[in-house]
Structure formats: C-alpha cells, structure tokens
Write a protein that binds this ligand. Structure first.
Ligand code: KE4
Length: 428
C-alpha cells in the first residue's frame, strides 16, 4: 500500500532533516510514513504507490480551485519561456498589486514577498519601526510562520510537536512577544495596561486555522480594534490562510473589521511561493526604499509566482460564485459529518467558517488553544489513518484546519462522509 513512500522516506531522511522540507508534512504527530506525492489533479492527489486520495489539505490552503488548474498551468508555461526571474521591476508586479488592491478593503499599498512568514515578519518589523515600540501581542496556538518573534506558544507544527520553547529563539526576542488566549479580550486589555506605551502591534489570525479551525467570538475583533485605536497599537490581520479564501476581500470583508496591516500567503500565489503585506499608506510609506524600515527579497514579485497568483486571483475576482459554491460544499460536508458523528455517540465538535473546517473529539466548545489541546487528539490520530486508508487525505494533525477546494464534487463529499462513518465504527 505505501511501499514506495516508505522507501522514499528512508532515503529522504539521509539527506533532509526528518526527510521533509517542512515539519508538519512528516506525519510525526499522527505516526506512520508520510506519503510521497507523485502528482495531483483537481481534488485528487496520487502518491508514489499510485494510491488516489481526496485532498483536504489543498497544499495547506493555496489550491482553492483544485490541483493543476489549467489556466494557472498554462500561464506558468507561457511565462517561463521569457525567463523565470529578472531581479528588476516588471509591469506584471504593478498589475498584481492593482488587482489585490481592487479585491481587498482598506489596503492602500502592498509589498510582495516569498512566503507567509516573510509577510508576517515584515509587517511586525514595520509596526515596530512605525510606532517606535518593541513588544507584540500574539495569541496562543496562532501561527504566523517561523520568524523568531512568532515561535512563542505558536500553533501548527510547534503545537503539533508540543515544542514549549524553541531553541535558538533568544530570551530577548521572546521577552518582546506577549501572549494571550484567543477570544480572551480581558487578557489582552490586561497586557496592554501592564505594558502601556510598549506595544507596537497585535497580530491575530482573524479566523484561526493553526489549532484546527477556531472562530472569533462576537465582539472579539471589534474589541481588539478599539483597544488598538485607544493605545496607538498597529492591528495586524494575518490573512495568510483566510485571505482570498473566505471572501475575495478575505476576513476583513467577511467579518467587517478594518486592520491597519494585513498579511497574505497561500492562495495569493496559486501554489507558487508568494506572500504579501499591505495596509494604510501612512504606515506602508515607512518601508524601504520610501522609508527606513528595511525589507527586501531576491525573488519578491518573481514573474512565475506573479503570473500564477494573478491568474488565480483574477478568476476568483471574476467568479465570486466560487465562494458560494465552496460554502455550500462545506456546509454539505459539515452536515453529513454531523449526522454520522451524532450516530457514533461520542463527544465531538465541528468548527467551520467558509471553506475552513475541523473536527475536534472534545466534549466542550473549542474556542482557544487550551480547549483545542484538551480534546482527544489521540483519537484524531486514529481517525486520520482510518480515513487515509480509505483514500481521504486530511491534514496530519488535530492542530490544523481542513481546506476545501472547489474541484471537490458532491460525490467526493459523500465518500468522505461514508469513510468517516466506517472509520468511526473501527474506532468504537
Ligand atoms: P509560510 O511561511 O508557511 O508560507 O506561512 C506561514 C503562515 C503564516 N500565517 C498563517 C496563518 C499560516 O497558517 C502560515 C503557514 N501555515 C502552515 C499550515 N498551518 C504552513 C504549513 C507548513 O508549515 O508546512
């Protein structure tokens, strides 16, 4: 069933730390051999042993229209013949920036980078440079990439592997990162009072996806916005996951909240390495070469990455019905999962917003990292493998959101629901 992946994993570990180029892919938290993927098309991925899977990772978000989406593949092929990088400005970068500004609210200027980490790292540096203050507030279980400042009580792989303190992150850096529980506005207000005049930014996943999918409670973001206005704190929406996924204008549009800076990744690049950060001109004009907050990148705005992202975002902008289709498919999946989970009779929670969804085997609502971590995540590991052997590829961690892609058919969703019903019988 997985012989080729097993062989490749053994070989990979001889030259790549842990055999993977990103820890969450290693199946370390769910156990077993990570599948080496040969190809993917639409909603399906195919591993090195030729097994087909219905894909709910979507490359951790980017593949919102499915894998090998023809217009994107064609655009990359055509662009590549004109060279893959110049290290000089291009018209395409202007077109990409103008397209993004036409889709997302409340962003006057945008800078392209090559990953979500780079986008979040740059946005925090900009907030510190703009305010002259050092500290940031982030939330337990939120993940903003692997920049030093963010690896304090972080989500995603850091939570998955239960890494309490990341070696190499100095005490100085960690001291400037304050943390609070997601949805606990009083805790944030307390930190702001204790560190009055010291906080440059609050950075938040508007809808959390790195401890499973966890929704903001009514009034939470409004409270953060008010606090930032009162205290001169830069409000950063990390929309690397939610941007262009929850709506054309992302979480700012869907939740009706205006952030000061917004970061993007994943969908913005259509599967190519792209990140971006943007916001009000008053802040963005501090970024070099206009201002002195230095930020740079050899491959920022790379033509191949730009054409992939531009092609995808253009389709999303011109066919907003995609979001309704994705919403309807996710509701259908949620309702089907609810039915079989209810019949199974053991505690569970499903969190869902737009095309982000996750199952938590918990008897209480999952509203922050503590409640996500106290779920029966050992049971999740068994569920993961039971689904995998039935051809359903879920994110290999309870601390990740599932991502639907619009190539999924209702037949695929029915297969996923049926596989869950069968898997739960196995887990009784
Ligand atoms: P990247 O540097 O991985 O492109 O983006 C970092 C990042 C920033 N902000 C949010 C909200 C994110 O979810 C991410 C990255 N997400 C993880 C999945 N939970 C990436 C997968 C991985 O680490 O391999």
């Amino acid at each position: 069933m997985y012989d080729k992946s097993k062989e490749l994993f053994e070989r990979a570990q001889r030259s790549i730390p842990g055999g993977v180029n990103s820890p969450v892919r290693a199946f370390k938290s769910v156990g077993g051999t990570p599948l080496f993927i040969q190809k993917a098309k639409g909603a399906y991925m195919y591993d090195a042993d030729g097994n087909q899977y219905i894909d709910y990772i979507a490359s951790w978000g980017p593949m919102i229209l499915g894998h090998a989406h023809e217009p994107i593949v064609k655009a990359i092929q055509e662009k590549a013949v004109d060279s893959t990088s110049f290290g000089a400005p291009t018209e395409l970068e202007i077109e990409m920036a103008e397209l993004i500004l036409s889709m997302v609210p409340n962003v006057d200027m945008i800078r392209m980078v090559s990953s979500g980490t780079e986008a979040c790292m740059s946005a925090v540096r900009l907030a510190r440079g703009y305010t002259g203050k050092n500290k940031i507030i982030k939330f337990e279980g939120h993940y903003h990439g692997h920049a030093d400042s963010f690896l304090v009580k972080a989500g995603s792989g850091v939570a998955t592997f239960n890494i309490q303190t990341v070696p190499g992150v100095t005490a100085g850096v960690a001291n400037d990162t304050l943390t609070a529980a997601y949805n606990d506005l009083d805790a944030v207000k307390k930190l702001a009072a204790e560190h009055k005049g010291e906080i440059a930014a609050i950075i938040v996943e508007p809808v959390a996806g790195n401890m499973g999918c966890v929704l903001p409670e009514p009034g939470f973001h409004e409270g953060l916005r008010k606090l930032c206005d009162e205290e001169g704190i830069v409000f950063i929406f990390d929309e690397v996951m939610t941007g262009f996924r929850l709506a054309p204008g992302g979480a700012q549009e869907l939740l009706g909240i205006k952030a000061d800076l917004v970061t993007y990744g994943k969908v913005i690049g259509g599967g190519m390495p792209v990140g971006a950060f943007g916001g009000k001109k008053e802040i963005m004009q501090h970024i070099a070469p206009l201002g002195n907050v230095y930020q740079a990148g050899t491959l920022s705005g790379n033509p191949i990455a730009m054409i992939a992202g531009f092609t995808l975002l253009t389709e999303l902008k011109n066919s907003p019905s995609i979001y309704k289709e994705l919403e309807e498919k996710t509701i259908y999946l949620r309702d089907g999962l609810n039915e079989v989970l209810k019949a199974w009779g053991q505690p569970y929670i499903i969190n869902k917003l737009g095309s982000m969804i996750s199952i938590h085997f918990s008897n209480h609502p999952v509203v922050d990292f503590a409640t996500a971590a106290s779920a029966n995540n050992d049971l999740f590991k068994k569920y993961f493998h039971a689904m995998l052997k039935r051809g359903i590829y879920l994110p290999p961690s309870a601390f990740e959101s599932w991502f639907l892609n619009n190539a999924l058919t209702y037949e695929d969703l029915d297969k996923t629901i049926a596989a869950t019903e069968e898997s739960l019988q196995e887990l009784k």
